[in-house]
Design a protein around this ligand. Structure first.
Ligand code: AMP
Ligand code: MN
Ligand code: MN
Ligand code: MN
Length: 271
């Protein structure tokens, strides 16, 4: 099975439209795909149902856990369910409020018009820091997206603002109520020590989280085996996804995700 349960479209910060994404996934012979845009289900209002692919409805929701922004993927949800629509509305409000604050902070360090610029980059989709990063590159403030995060948007930089995302408990409840399965996204991408990660896994488990991404994009084999053993230890199901955003060699490729290690229980066999 070629499975990719985490990727982004133009509905959030990806560069392919939902239809282009599905077309590419079909070309790459993906058997099971989920488009998991940040805090929006807009991709699922694009008539994708008629396309010849096994598509499972998903979303990537941001949450605040201690001092960290943690991402939780909801898979196999009912996209019309009231609880997930509530979640999307609250998260959209949080993103819009944050975007205004990021722009104000950037203005104070001499970057003009970034809200307008980021909105144009977002093209009507859910706004995020990657759109600010693209704007910063477009005006020549930095050369690369990486630099934009390093200089302006990353932890402790001018555009790093505190955001009131929903709690982990609420996020997981909303996913569950919509019939979905809550998956902890890319566990090793938060800069947590292993000890802190174990604390996160414990809290996630206590909040009814069901699975973790044992594979996210391109990752070292030793990380995969470490995550597989954590999934086993905490009795989580396992998921895998590219976290694809753009067609660019530096990013993980859509539909080219390593297989889960044997011994992992695939989340798609148990939802
Ligand atoms: P947000 O959800 O708005 O806080 O933005 C998070 C998104 O920004 C991630 O999903 C990535 O798309 C992007 N991102 C975060 N850090 C980096 C980085 N260092 N380089 C490139 N993209 C990044
Ligand atoms: Mn993103
Ligand atoms: Mn993420
Ligand atoms: Mn993602």
């Amino acid at each position: 099975m070629n499975v990719d349960l985490h990727c982004h479209s133009t509905a959030s910060d990806g560069s392919l439209t939902p239809a282009e994404l599905v077309k590419l996934a079909i070309e790459r012979e993906v058997d099971l795909l989920s488009i998991t845009d940040h805090d929006t289900l807009h991709a699922y209002h694009h008539g994708l149902d008629s396309l010849p692919i096994n598509l499972v409805a998903g979303i990537e929701l941001s949450t605040s856990w201690r001092k960290f922004d943690i991402h939780i993927v909801g898979l196999n949800i009912d996209v019309a369910h009231e609880s997930i629509l509530t979640a999307v509305q609250l998260q959209t409000d949080a993103r819009n409020t944050r975007a205004t604050r990021i722009a104000d902070k950037l203005e104070s360090v001499g970057i003009q018009d970034s809200l307008k610029g980021a909105r144009i980059e977002a093209g009507g989709g859910q706004i995020g820091r990657l759109h600010f990063a693209r704007y910063l590159v477009s005006i020549g403030a930095v050369k690369t997206i990486q630099q934009a995060f390093k200089k302006y948007l990353g932890k402790g930089k001018a555009g790093d603002v505190k955001t009131s995302w929903a709690t982990m408990e609420n996020i997981i409840n909303w996913i569950e109520q919509a019939g979905g399965t809550a998956v902890l996204a890319h566990p090793v991408k938060y800069g947590l020590t292993w000890a802190k990660l174990k604390l996160l896994l414990t809290d996630f488990k206590n909040c009814n989280g069901k699975a973790i991404e044992v594979i996210s994009g391109r990752q070292d084999k030793h990380v995969t085996s470490e995550l597989a053993s954590l999934a086993n230890k905490y009795q989580f199901l396992s998921s895998c996804g590219s976290d694809f955003h753009v067609l660019n060699k530096a990013w993980a490729a859509l539909g080219q995700v390593e297989k889960l290690p044997s011994g992992c229980l695939p989340v798609w066999e148990h939802w």
